[in-house]
Design a protein around this ligand. Structure first.
Ligand code: NI
Length: 230
């Protein structure tokens, strides 16, 4: 189940970067393993990006309900393992809260009877070992934590013609500032062009292709371990 976000990604990244990246990796895994890939959840918990036009956000409670209802729908048809490929760190806490909500419904008896036991797991594509190694080797400290050259590269590989249109967008040289995330107005004030700690001018289609290959292979293994677990 690919899940991402629709939010600003700095001067030269697509607004759909997080959803695009998660979907590319999930589809790659689906092809490789003959696994079913659900529709992408492409709006996420991104309240802190709302100071930038075009960004969209679901409240945590809304996103919990979306995830739980999607999983419960499919569980009713007999699906029992749900593996989320996530492209947006802002979704982490909400995904885990949604899993607790889903397990709670089963444990409390509301929908659990006669259904297979459901298990959920999330893996952020950009945090598997092979990916972090390539990101470190290619970009070092310029990877930063938002509008990273790695995610921008992967999205460019998916949509190279669009990438050419925005790749050269003007931005201050070097890495953007870093810091904590609070609300949207505070974010806009401290991270004026949307980036956090990154220099996405380094992004390239070539690195994107490498990242996709390694992410699909690495996360396919994590997925298979999840399926095989006792
Ligand atoms: Ni992102």
């Amino acid at each position: 189940m690919p899940i991402g976000s629709t939010e600003q990604h700095g001067p030269n990244g697509f607004i759909g970067t997080d959803a695009i990246c998660a979907e590319m990796v999930a589809r790659g895994m689906g092809d490789r393993l003959d696994a079913l890939v659900a529709p992408t959840i492409n709006v996420g918990m991104a309240q802190h990006h709302l100071g930038f036009p075009g960004s969209m956000a679901l409240r945590p409670t809304t996103l919990i309900a979306v995830i739980a209802d999607m999983v419960t729908s499919l569980a009713g048809h007999g699906f029992d393992r749900f593996f989320f490929v996530n492209g947006h760190g802002g979704n982490d806490a909400t995904l885990n809260a949604a899993f607790s909500q889903i397990y709670g419904e089963t444990s409390l008896g509301a929908v659990g009877h006669g259904r297979p036991p459901v298990r959920c797991k999330v893996q952020n594509w950009y945090q598997c070992d092979g990916v972090t190694a390539i990101s470190a080797e290619q970009f070092g400290d310029a990877e930063g934590s938002h509008a990273t050259p790695s995610e921008v590269s992967l999205a460019y590989f998916g949509y190279p013609e669009r990438g050419e249109e925005v790749h050269g967008a003007e931005m201050a040289a070097g890495c953007a500032p870093t810091g904590a995330i609070y609300d949207a107005a505070d974010y806009r004030r401290r991270f004026a062009d949307g980036r956090i700690g990154s220099d996405p001018s380094l992004a390239s289609v070539e690195v994107g292709e490498k990242l996709l290959t390694i992410a699909v292979a690495g996360i396919a293994e994590i997925y298979q371990d999840f399926l095989a677990a006792d």
